[in-house]
Each structure stands twice: as structure tokens, then as C-alpha cells.
Design a protein around this ligand. Sequence first.
Ligand code: PMP
Length: 402
Amino acid sequence: MTTSRIAARVRRIKPSPSTSAADRANELRRQGKSIVNLVVGEPDFDTPAHIRRAAADAMDRGATRYTLMAGTVELRQAIVAKLERENGLRYAMNEIIVTNGAKSAIYNALAITLEPGDEVIIPAPYWVSYPDMVLACEATPVTVACPEANGFKLTPAQLEAAITPRTRWLLINSPSNPTGASYTADEYRALAEVLARHPHVMVMTDDIYEHIRFDGQATPHLLAVAPALRERTLAINGVSKTYAMTGWRIGWAAGPSDLITAMDTLLSQSAGNCCSISQAGAAAALNGDQGFVTESVAVYKARRDRTLALVNAIPGLSCATPPGAFYLYINCSGLIGKSTPAGKTLNEDGDVVMYLLESAGVATVAGTAYGLSPYFRLSIATAIETLEEGCARIARAVAELR
Ligand code: PMP
């Protein structure tokens, strides 16, 4: 056997399961199958016109050169203003770095802090990339199962039990991908009490879905509830989901200046600044009219309500009402053990997802990818007709199980 020329830390990670599911759906589509794709986790709206215009203006006025590594002054000022206006948090410019999407902020924050063998606590279900990012840093993801009965949320007792002397980070994502679970101020307060006893643990809050909220509540920020954590918390966010700007690749981290400076150093040597034109667009998104946010959330909510009703009417499936984000994380325990018309037994959620894809042409992602089974995730960031067609197909396929 030849030794691999790919480093062990990279061989430990796998491609994103949602990308693989989308690839498989596209392959079947190419073969001529009719596929309802409910995999993708990105807004199906166009980026609002005033944002596109700001980017075009930036090109026209020559904002096409390198920017400061940490991001343009204009964009960082817009982020400072956003954090104060929307979250009640005060940051200085040198406590903010603009990154190539929130994804890059999370990865680079891990990369500058983790030593081999360090641990990162990740409540499950989790966004698929977290554990692999930790593995890529030669550290250990410590996943903690947060069952549906607890609203898919980490309890203080679970946090206390998961912390060891090697714990570096706790990763919190609220509202969450894939469940939409959102921590209340009281729940944050209780988690903060545990963290107060363990000053070596840092906290990363992934706030990317903060505005995709259906219950009329503002998403509380951990730091607004527990300001004492400020010196060990990194707040991650970006424009991808809120402003339908997934392709623009603008995210950021806000936190203590030593972390931000280390990220700046690593990124300056490995990636360079983010696209100057995208930065101009992102500044316009944060500073400009916020009407798009309210309008798109109303559309997501109508889709969520409709899809939830259709899914919950299918025997064997159930889904709790997600307060935020744009996914349904559907409990399929009622289908486990059943047989397909072809005589195959559905032993786990991966089998359910495969059956729905192959027999009904509906592409979803299995709960195994998110660390809590048996579930599958369906994205509601798609037209309501598509969601209705998908649910009708799922209902027919489920009715054929014995
Ligand atoms: N965090 C979560 C929980 C996400 O779902 C996503 C996008 N799928 C990201 C971060 C990454 O967002 P960005 O496009 O800003 O990199």
C-alpha cells in the first residue's frame, strides 16, 4: 500500500453531506428522473436591488483593489453599528474581522486556538461542518446529544458534564441548523452560570440565522444576557442568510482583539482580504433598508406553516415547530423497521432518505449527518409549490411501506 500524500488531518474529514446529497439529486436529474430537491440551505430570493447597486457602484468608483485584511473601514463600521443596534453589543473596529463567509470565520477561529487533542463541545444536532472543522485542526469534537424532548437544546447539566480540562470551545448555534432551536435569555443565563465555573472555556456563537425567526421574538444574544463572557466569546455572523447573499461570501467574527489579531495574521498569510466588491454590498445590506428581511421571513413562515402541516399529516412522521432558520428536522422513528415495496427494511434514517430519493424523487438529508437520528432535514428555502409536491410524494412513498 502506498502512503497517502494527503495529510492525516485532512484524511480524517469528509465532504459536506448536504453537498453529497445535492450532487446525488443532480445526478438523478441528469439521468432524466424528476427530482424535488429539498436539500439546499440557501435563500431562493435574489439579493435586494439596493445591495446589488452598491456593489456595481463600488466597481465603477474603482473599489477593486486589495482592502485591509480585516475588512474595509466602511464595512467594519457597519458591523459595529449593527452589533450595537440589533444586539446591544459594543465593539471597536479592531475587535472585528471580515471573512469569506461565516464558515471561514469559524474555521479560522478554531485554527488559531486549537492544539492537537483540544476539545470542542458541539451540541447535536449540529451544522454538518463543525465536527469536520475541528478534526481538520487536529482537535476532538465532543458532540452532546440534545434530544427533541429538550427542544434540541443543551442543558446546563449536559454542559457541565461535557467540560474537561481540555475543553477549548463551546459552539452555540441559535437559531440552529438543522432544527431551528433557539435559546431563550433564561436558558443562556443558566448556561452562563456553568461557564462562570470554567473560565478556560471559550464560546463561539454562530448567529447566522438570528433574523430568520417565526415566533415574533428577537433572538437574544448570549453576550447581552451574560456580558461577563465577553472576553472569551467570539460572535460569528454574516450576510448570507439574512440578505440572500450566499454567493457574495461575507461573514465576520467579533471578539477580543487578541483572537481577532491572530485570525488577521493567519488569514493575511493564507487567504488575503475578502472581495472588495462584496464588502461594499455587505455594508449596503447592513446600513440600508431592512424591508427585505421582514418580507422574506414572512414568506419563509408561510412555507414553514404549510409544510409542517403536510408533514405532520403523514403517518410515521412528526416535526416540532421550528422557531427559526429555514429547515424542518423531521422525526422518522415511525418508519424505522418498515419494509419498502422492493422488500428492503428501513433500518436507519439514511435508509429512509435513500428510499425517498430513489422511489419518490425527493432529496433530503439524513439525520446522521447532523449527529441525531432518526431524523431527516428538509429545507423550506424553496417555492411553496415545490414543497407541496415534495410532501405529496413523501406521503405516497410512505403509504407504500409495510
Ligand atoms: N453556520 C451555519 C449554521 C450555517 O448553516 C451556514 C450555512 N450553511 C454557515 C454557518 C455558513 O454561512 P456562510 O455562507 O456565511 O459561510
